[in-house]
Design a protein around this ligand. Sequence first.
Ligand code: ADP
Length: 369
Amino acid sequence: MNIYPKLILDALEKVRYPGTGKNIVEMGMIEDDMRIEGNKVSFSILFEKQNDPFMKSLVKAGETAILTYAGENIDIKGNINIKTKPSPLPAPLDLLPGVKNIIAISSGKGGVGKSTVAVNLAVALAKSGYKVGLLDADIFGPSIPKMFHAEEAKPYMERIGERELIAPIEQYGVKILSIGFFINKKDALVWRGTMASNALKQLITDAHWGELDYFLLDLPPGTSDIHLTLVQTLAVTGVVIVTTPQEVALADARKGISMFTGKKINVPVIGLVENMAWFTPAELPENKYYIFGKDGGKQLSEEMHIPLLGQIPIVGNICEGSDSGAPVALNDSVTGEIFRLLAEKMVEQVEIRNKNLSVTKRVVAITKN
Ligand code: ADP
């Protein structure tokens, strides 16, 4: 039997890439490294992404098409190589060159006030004169637009040099982006992990964040692929963990801390925030009621040798501020002051870390010389 490349390519034209209506030949996926020796045929298929979900099934379909349409005696099984394009993402450090510090805000459990802390931290930092960005990476429950009274906002595209970039919304001196600006909640809920991660990557790399002192990421609760993708995509400076003093929340916070400091992710924990630390009724300002237990977060920070950035009480106006889209940190009230101090403590810890890091870098440089 006479086997020649066109015979093989004609057979491969029967294989369609799912969802595109196109076959793998017209999509340019067949590399020109085809070798034919006797009845043995080998070549490579090029995939855009390393985690293409159709990789295996397309190789199998390619084999079947060749055996069916080009000749059943062709030795093709196991001879189709897989090639992938190198990842287009630049190294993490080069992605956001204008951003000085990237801080992820995380919690083990939902509902502990992670987004509330992220929003008020961002506003308090901006009030103190820092350039601040906030990305709502809590893709399955984006709440930042509401908390910033920006639910109706529609970010527009901006031409920066050669590229069209998403312009973040600016509110209360903070640049914000959320997947909530682009899709409705119901759609986000059915997204798979990779779709969510890709959408987030786009909000980071295809947006015009510009110069920032602090870029805060409001992560989804728990531990997921999204956490891994984000810290692999970006050079995260450190993580702030939010917990309540309850034992169940502390157990999950502990897990979160271990994940971030573990080998796979290896990001420093800047500090812990104990939210809902006590309740003080407006009419009895001296009284503190430890509804979820006393000092649970403080003890966890001591146990894990992590700085305690602050203890935040349960106060009605924190909740009202979030609901009405006017974060309490905007005011010079007693509660506003709590968040100002929290931001100050975080900056202090970040600066200590950066200073230690630059000393380490200098030592490494001296050792190299
Ligand atoms: P998470 O992001 O962890 O899911 P949220 O920030 O959405 O949690 O907070 C959950 C609810 O608790 C919201 O209604 C929020 O307004 C409220 N909340 C959070 N922290 C406090 C606090 N310190 N005092 C009063 N209400 C709070």
